[in-house]
Design a protein around this ligand. Structure first.
Ligand code: HEM
Ligand SMILES: *[C@@H]1O[C@H](CO)[C@@H](O)[C@H](O)[C@H]1NC(C)=O
Ligand SMILES: *[C@@H]1O[C@H](CO)[C@@H](O)[C@H](O)[C@H]1NC(C)=O
Length: 314
């Protein structure tokens, strides 16, 4: 830690009235101190090391990373504005065993891993799902660092049904589903870009299609998804929801705006994803910013530095 940060931390901690936490256990005191100073608990830096080992293979993000990104959507995204400061990112994907539902098929493996990791490090399951998803995004070469908080409350109450998208639904109904979450056409088009790093296993289970990617480079966070959804090269399987939304009057216009425009997409994606990661929270009140515990973003086109085990791909 830099000296300046240390001084800042010390001064903000000192500003808190001491008697308030003289009477609580030291662990709790440390937690309050971390909150009042806004510093991310050190355990997340340790967790980050485990997640890098889990998510990165040969310099690309792997199937576990892809599942972790989808897991954030399926925990946080099963929410709408009417639910306010409950539900959303609450760990119910795992704690209410939502992973057993058909719409969550394929997430069982990552769910079990994240639950064990949360338990080993004594952190919340909801926070673990979100942190791991953000971690997976920035692990993919080209992926942005999403503003990421911890401090959520876990819940074993299942999310209401019908709040996750149906792959066969009409573009209008999908658009409305996202509007009800406070996500507009541009947010939806940007979030769909996470299918840049996607392989489908259960939508089409016919031989030859299991594992088919939604763009030609599923290990890299790039904008090929946006051009290839409307003109798929051989081997790329386009989900009907993606095809319909790309052709939708309002969402499609935003979708086309990301074609060949990685800079625009990443900014918009990171913003929308950060908001999704706060579904069910009261803004950032009571949360701690742990963005700095995530790895730094890596450029998809640049070779990786300081990590000799990566073989650059050409
Ligand atoms: C209209 C909205 C969406 C629909 C209908 C949809 C549907 C799907 C479907 C059917 C799959 C394939 C699952 C399988 O068969 O194994 C998939 C994969 C995936 N989705 Fe979505 N999705 C939507 C939005 C999102 C959003 C907003 C995110 C994240 C921000 C996301 C992230 C992912 C990821 C990362 C995968 C790949 C999972 C893997 O490779 O294991 N999706 N999605
Ligand atoms: C979507 O439609 C396809 C083709 O009709 C069908 O095979 C599939 O089971 C449907 N998926 C869902 C989740 O309804
Ligand atoms: C949200 O946070 C604000 C600011 O701390 C607080 O005044 C408000 O009561 C909180 N609302 C809920 C629903 O917790």
């Amino acid at each position: 830690m830099h000296l300046a940060n240390l001084l800042l931390l010390a001064s903000s901690a000192a500003a808190v009235s001491l008697p308030n936490f003289l009477d609580v256990s030291s662990l709790f005191t440390r937690d309050i101190l971390a909150r009042s100073s806004g510093s991310c608990p050190a355990v997340w830096t340790q967790i980050s090391k485990d997640l890098t080992a889990k998510f990165l293979t040969d310099g690309q993000c792997n199937p576990d990373a892809r599942a972790a990104i989808r897991a954030v959507f399926h925990d946080c995204g099963a929410w709408n504005k009417a639910q306010g400061a409950k539900g959303g990112c609450d760990g119910s994907l795992i704690l209410a065993n939502e992973v057993a539902l058909p719409e969550n098929n394929g997430l069982q493996g990552i769910a079990a891993y994240l639950q064990t990791l949360a338990s080993n490090y004594k952190v919340g399951v909801a926070d673990m799902i979100v942190f791991a998803g953000s971690h997976a995004i920035v692990t993919c070469p080209g992926g942005p660092r999403v503003q990421t908080y911890v401090g959520r409350k876990d819940s074993s109450t299942p999310a209401p049904e019908g709040l996750l998208p149906d792959v066969n639904a009409s573009a209008d109904s999908l658009y409305k589903l996202f509007l009800d979450k406070g996500l507009d056409a541009s947010d939806l088009a940007a979030l769909l870009g996470s299918h840049s790093t996607s392989n489908q296993f259960h939508f089409d289970e016919s031989a030859g299609n299991v594992g088919a990617p939604q763009d030609s480079t599923p290990g890299i966070w790039d904008v090929k998804y946006y051009s290839e959804t409307t003109a798929p090269p051989k081997g790329v399987l386009v989900l009907p929801s993606d095809a319909k939304l790309a052709a939708h009057a309002t969402v499609g216009k935003e979708f086309k705006g990301f074609v060949n425009n990685a800079g625009k997409w990443n900014g918009k994606f990171a913003d929308a994803m950060a908001r999704m990661e706060r579904f069910g929270s009261n803004g950032t009140n009571g949360l701690i910013d742990c963005t700095k515990a995530l790895p730094s973003a890596t450029n998809a086109k640049r070779e990786f530095r300081g990590m000799p085990m990566f073989k650059p791909r050409h």
